[in-house]
Design a protein around this ligand. Structure first.
Ligand SMILES: Nc1ncnc2c1ncn2[C@@H]1O[C@H](COP(=O)(O)OP(=O)(O)OP(=O)(O)O)[C@@H](O)[C@H]1O
Ligand SMILES: [Mg+2]
Length: 611
């Protein structure tokens, strides 16, 4: 399968030129399998519809000739009734066909979205690091939508269009050969116009989509970072860029509109031309009594009905193309390798949990940006520091409290990622309760380790929701207990609706310290045997700091824990401190012991000037 390199960020969301890929088509067809019967019924309705609609011009002609010209009132009524009946039937069939196919499209869309979400949920951190959020959202919405549209309006109805063309051609030839040939004479012009203009329209729409994607990406980024943009008065350049992309999109859209308008009016004009010629020539022959007037009426109607399905088929070709391109990209996401996987035969963690951690000669390097499986390392590797973690070994005994310090970028958070198995180590092993984390089911591992990440994430929902995080065993009382323990209860109570106060996306209405305390309450409520705190408390007032300090004491009491801190005072009471420097463990020991050693910890301590 031709997979596009989705990682080149400068030309994202290119709309594929490839038209047909048997592999993709086969895979798409698989989504139809569960709905085989429905597809069959819809196809049947479509065929019947084409027949019903194909028959009525003929009956119309008969009504004119035999009924009106032949002055047969009864027959006229019968034929009129038949046409009415056929149209009613067509109404029912069209309704059924539309309904069934939309149902099909919607259900396939739901299935695809669910499949994508499952895949995304199973992906490792490194995947999201390579894929911009905006692009993934596009996969789950636009691309899936394009595929669904193929199923709901594209696939089955083409059969109906083809049949409609065949019926019209058949009747035309049978009714009058010369008029038929005259009708067909216009066909090449229409087909040519369709071919040329539709090609241009496709290209234009591709440009529109591409520019829309660029516009969206910039929009998402700007709105997400609006605070920074405004604070830096970066508004002008950003808005200039926005205006530029907005303009680009306008031009692309107008280009598409231009071709589309040209096409629609050409087909109308050509159809009108054909009808005019048919009327003129056919009318002459009617006057010369060579042709019955009803035949002329039928021919003109068929001619008009002939050109419509041709246009529809061209439209469906476009639909087909964008669905193929969408499918290619969706399958690209579905096929992306999952780097961190559960082992085939996972081992069970010992019960009750001991809370033991061991880093055994662990080295780790972040995967290079770009697709790892292709191995296209571009340019020379910046040789400075390849490994984020290099040969780190330490043990945390059950119930022990460990502190980790080090300059920014030293690799502290990376250690946590490895412990929670967000990434797999490059060398060495990380063990929890004596078992290599790669041999454990990820869920079990993560249930055992509670991590409070540096960048606290608050979800939209109530305060209570944010503490419970969907864990059924944490009831209101338990959540409140946890909040009390970390000192978050007073301000939560002071919120307009207390624990039921809805929080906006990312907890935008809370202060940094409050978010931190809330995340502590979340961790405590889940009561994990191992607790990891990645400090984000560098910027709070002394009072909140004291509150956090107490909270950390509470959280870590009697629990194996790792506390990462910039603020050295936080670590005053831990059992042991590890000093990390450029990915290496350079010092280890108690607070006083490390200070006496006058090494790196001592320097850090002096730099902070407090603690
Ligand atoms: N996702 C990533 N991809 C590639 N490199 C990364 C990634 N995350 C971190 N790094 C690099 O790995 C090194 C260690 O980063 P890490 O986040 O562990 O530092 P830290 O000690 O937690 O710093 P801080 O105190 O600022 O939080 C840094 O050099 C950083 O640039
Ligand atoms: Mg960090």
């Amino acid at each position: 399968m031709a997979r596009r390199d989705d990682t080149t960020s400068h030309d994202d969301d290119r709309i594929g030129q490839a038209v047909f890929d048997a592999e993709i088509a086969r895979r798409l067809a698989r989504y139809l399998r569960p709905h085989r019967r429905l597809v069959l019924v819809a196809a049947l309705a479509t065929l019947l519809l084409a027949c019903a609609q194909g028959l009525s011009p003929y009956l119309l002609g008969l009504a004119v000739d035999r009924g009106i010209v032949g002055r047969d009132g009864t027959l006229l009524w019968w034929l009129g009734g038949s046409v009415l009946g056929l149209e009613l039937l067509a109404f029912g069939l069209a309704f059924a066909q539309l309904w069934l196919l939309q149902w099909l499209g919607q259900h396939i869309m739901v299935a695809l979205r669910a499949e994508l979400m499952d895949k995304l949920a199973a992906q490792s951190l490194s995947f999201f690091q390579r894929q911009p959020v905006g692009r993934l959202v596009t996969r789950v919405t636009n691309d899936v939508g394009a595929i669904a549209e193929l199923f709901s309006t594209g696939l089955v109805t083409v059969v109906g269009d083809l049949l409609a063309i065949a019926i019209a051609v058949g009747f035309l030839l049978w009714l009058d050969l010369r008029l038929a040939l005259l009708t067909f004479a216009v066909l090449p012009v229409i087909v040519a116009a369709t071919w040329i203009l539709k090609g241009r329209i496709r290209t234009a729409f591709r440009a529109v989509r591409r520019r829309l994607a660029r516009l969206n990406a910039l929009l998402a980024e700007t709105i997400g970072g609006m605070r920074v943009v405004q604070a830096l008065s970066a508004e002008l350049p950003v808005f200039d860029r926005f205006a530029e992309r907005n303009d680009e999109h306008l031009h692309a859209a107008l280009g598409a509109v231009h071709h589309n308008a040209l096409y629609a009016s050409s087909v109308t004009a050509l159809t009108g031309l054909a009808v005019g010629v048919l009327l003129g020539y056919g009318g002459e022959r009617v006057l010369a009594a060579e042709l019955q007037v009803g035949v002329l009426v039928a021919v003109v109607t068929y001619a008009q009905r002939l050109y419509l399905p041709i246009r529809d088929i061209a439209e469906k070709y476009t639909l087909f193309q964008s669905a193929m391109a969408g499918a290619e990209r969706v399958f690209g996401v579905l096929d992306a390798p999952i780097e961190v996987r559960d082992p085939p035969t996972p081992r069970a963690l010992p019960e009750p949990p001991r809370g033991e951690i061991e880093f055994d000669h662990v080295s780790f390097r972040y995967p290079p940006r770009g697709r790892p499986e292709r191995g296209t390392e571009q340019g020379s590797e910046r040789a400075r520091r390849v490994y984020a973690i290099e040969d780190v070994s330490f043990r945390v005994a059950p119930g022990e409290r460990i502190g980790i310090v080090g300059h920014t970028g030293a690799g502290k958070s990376t250690l946590i990622h490895l412990l929670a198995r967000s990434y797999d180590v490059t060398a060495g092993a990380v063990r929890v309760d004596g078992i290599d984390v790669r041999e454990l089911p990820q869920r079990a591992l993560r249930r055992r380790i509670g991590v409070v990440y540096q960048d606290v994430f608050i979800f939209s929902g109530t305060v209570l929701d944010n503490i419970r995080m969907g864990t059924a065993s944490i009831d209101r009382a338990a959540a409140e207990r946890a909040a009390r323990a970390v000192g978050a209860h007073p301000w939560i109570e002071a919120l307009p609706q207390g624990y039921d106060t809805p929080l906006p996306e990312r907890g935008a209405t809370l202060s940094v310290g409050q978010k931190q305390l809330l995340s502590f309450a979340r961790a405590l409520a889940h009561d994990p045997p191992i607790l990891v705190l990645d400090e984000a408390t560098a910027s709070i007032d002394p009072e909140t700091e004291a509150a956090l300090q107490r909270a950390i004491e509470r959280l870590t009491a009697g629990r194996s824990s790792i506390v990462i801190a910039h603020r050295l005072a936080t670590l005053r009471h831990v059992d042991r401190i590890l000093v990390l420097h450029e990915g290496r463990l350079v010092e280890e020991g108690g607070w006083d012991e490390l200070l006496e050693r006058r090494g790196r910890f001592y320097t850090l301590h002096r730099l902070h000037g407090r603690g």
